[in-house]
Design a protein around this ligand. Structure first.
Ligand SMILES: *Cc1c(COP(=O)(O)O)cnc(C)c1O
Length: 388
């Protein structure tokens, strides 16, 4: 049978056709009024999409570039920082903090679980300069309670909160200013439906003040330099110009989802991810499969434990070979143990039902057990008809 290539991975995600066209057509030089207009429009849209009055910035890098900037710009060597980690992306915060010579405290939760607020309370001290966390941990499919964590951090006047919302934006309700998040980070290849290459974020006044005194080395990712340039609708260095054209098209699409209101469109995008995720959870559980993060599942993606005796590497390979569907395996030591189906960005009903129908075949063939065809699809349809 014919196979169409489809991404079900939590980044990169399927591309918005209007963004692809806009990117292919874009050829302006970055020091021109054309690009300045495009850039200014993107920054204005970004403020609404993020939902903040703080400064917003876009860096030409993958998401990790902005993560690195949030360590190098906000800390000095020897600073105490607290990393909240429950997966591979949490571990990335810890590696970055070590790379810049910070004194590292951690709150660690097992893979598939979320951070204990009690433990955060215990580990936070007035000397903690920064707290680093994910909104959604894409390696395990878990969601962390950013609002509750922010409430704890905000009891300390000199502690900054940095949130990796790279798969959180467009899948999770976040109130940056009310909760007091100092830096929050997103990436272009996730819910914004364009290719990898741009990282975006919002930076609080408290964070800008911190940068006046911090001493970690930084050059390309010097946020103060980017802020100065952005005030003139410019970037400090050559930006990924065509991706900006794609981003503008993506914001237009999200605005349409909100009938002309970008913030409403963003909320609709979050609701879409939530519905796709709820359908997927019902579908996989109807097949007797177990969620990898059952207590705190994210809407960005659903991580499913490989059934006993089966290897998720085989499951992912079958999805690919038989149906053209790219489903993500577990990362690092989780490889073989789980597979991940994404819902962030450009996914609809037919994608969601289609991947569950394929899953029924994949599970029947990899486990050799009888699967009642239609059972996962039916469970998803029931969720859809109830929630829609
Ligand atoms: C994708 C992702 C990142 C960023 O990875 P890059 O490869 O640098 O774009 C960081 N954190 C989370 C939670 C992610 O899902």
């Amino acid at each position: 049978m014919l196979k169409k290539d489809r991404l079900f991975t939590p980044g990169p995600t399927p591309l918005l056709p209007a963004a692809q066209t806009a990117m292919a057509a874009y050829g302006s030089h970055h020091r021109t009024s054309e690009f300045r207009a495009l850039f200014a429009g993107v920054l204005a849209d970004l403020k609404q999409f993020i939902g903040t009055r703080n400064d917003v910035l876009v860096l030409s890098s993958s998401g990790t570039g902005f993560m690195e900037a949030s360590v190098s710009n906000l800390t000095s060597p020897g600073d105490r920082v607290l990393v909240l980690t429950a997966g591979k992306f949490g571990e990335r915060w810890a590696s970055l903090a070590k790379a810049f010579g910070c004194a590292l405290d951690t709150v660690t939760a097992p893979y598939g679980e979320t951070i204990s607020l009690e433990e955060v309370r215990r580990k936070l001290t007035p000397e903690t300069r920064c707290v680093y966390v994910q909104a959604t941990e894409s390696s395990t499919g878990a969601r962390h309670d950013v609002q509750a964590i922010a409430k704890l951090v905000r009891t300390l006047p000199d502690t900054l909160l940095v949130v990796d919302a790279i798969t959180g934006f467009g899948t999770t309700r976040l109130d940056i200013d009310a909760w007091g998040i100092d830096i929050i980070i997103g990436g272009s290849q996730k819910a914004l439906m364009i290719p990898p290459g741009l990282a975006y974020g919002a930076v609080s006044e408290r964070a800008w003040q911190r940068m006046e005194t911090t001493k970690c080395p930084r050059y390309y990712f010097d946020l103060r330099k980017e802020r100065k340039s952005a005030a003139k609708s410019e970037t400090a260095y050559t930006p990924a110009t065509s991706l900006f054209a794609g981003l503008a098209a993506a914001f237009d699409y999200v605005r349409q989802m909100g009938n002309g209101n970008l913030a409403a469109g963003r909320d609709a995008l979050v609701a879409n991810a939530e519905l796709c995720a709820a359908m997927t959870r019902a579908g996989v559980q109807a097949l007797g499969l177990k969620l990898f993060s059952p207590a705190c599942p994210a809407a960005a993606l659903t991580a499913v434990a490989a059934p006993p005796g089966a290897d998720s590497t085989t499951i992912c390979k079958k999805f690919r070979d038989q149906f053209g569907a790219v489903v993500a395996n577990g990362q690092a030591e989780m490889k073989g143990q789980l597979f991940r189906i994404a819902h962030l960005g450009y996914y609809d009903y037919l994608d969601t039902v289609g991947v569950l129908a394929a899953l029924e075949h994949v599970i029947a063939e990899t486990t050799g057990t009888a699967v009642e065809f239609g059972s996962a699809v039916r469970a998803a349809q029931e969720v859809y008809s109830k929630i829609r």
